[in-house]
Design a protein around this ligand. Structure first.
Ligand SMILES: [Zn+2]
Ligand SMILES: [Zn+2]
Length: 141
């Protein structure tokens, strides 16, 4: 029996849907995938990689907020795009990693000294890549 707790309005298009894993409705998930594809394709060209999120948004027609989200999620790689980034959670300054800019982060660190629990709760979930570690070839026996 489906619970009504999971029925919600899609924040993107306003449609009612069952919230299971995605924060938006299934058709928006598809739309967002398409938008991500546009951004990623645009950045595949070397001459485009110097763009900012605003230029990227202008060229692809994708909302700046979504672009920032792609970057924040690590979905859109900015390793080769020096001017891309997303907003600091506190002050909105452009950052390229973590959730806060360095100055907000140090403010937070000061606060954190008095709130140790909070820190523990939200340790950075940055995935690190360990290429090649999973596969070994023919070394056994
Ligand atoms: Zn939707
Ligand atoms: Zn900040």
């Amino acid at each position: 029996m489906p619970s009504l707790d999971n029925v919600t309005n899609c924040p993107r298009c306003g449609k009612i849907f069952m919230k299971i894993r995605q924060p938006v409705c299934p058709s928006c998930v598809k739309e967002i995938d398409k938008e991500y594809e546009k951004c990623s394709q645009f950045l595949r060209k070397k001459e485009n990689r110097g763009c900012t999120v605003y230029e990227l948004s202008e060229k692809t027609g994708v909302n700046v907020e979504y672009i920032k989200q792609f970057i924040r999620e690590g979905r859109l790689s900015i390793d080769n795009a020096p001017n891309l980034g997303y907003s600091c959670d506190s002050c909105g300054r452009l950052i390229r990693s973590g959730s806060h800019c360095t100055s907000c982060q140090s403010e937070r660190n000061k606060l954190a000294d008095s709130f140790h629990e909070e820190v523990k709760r939200k340790a950075d979930r940055q995935e690190s890549n360990h290429p090649g570690k999973l596969y070994r070839t023919g070394l056994d026996q």
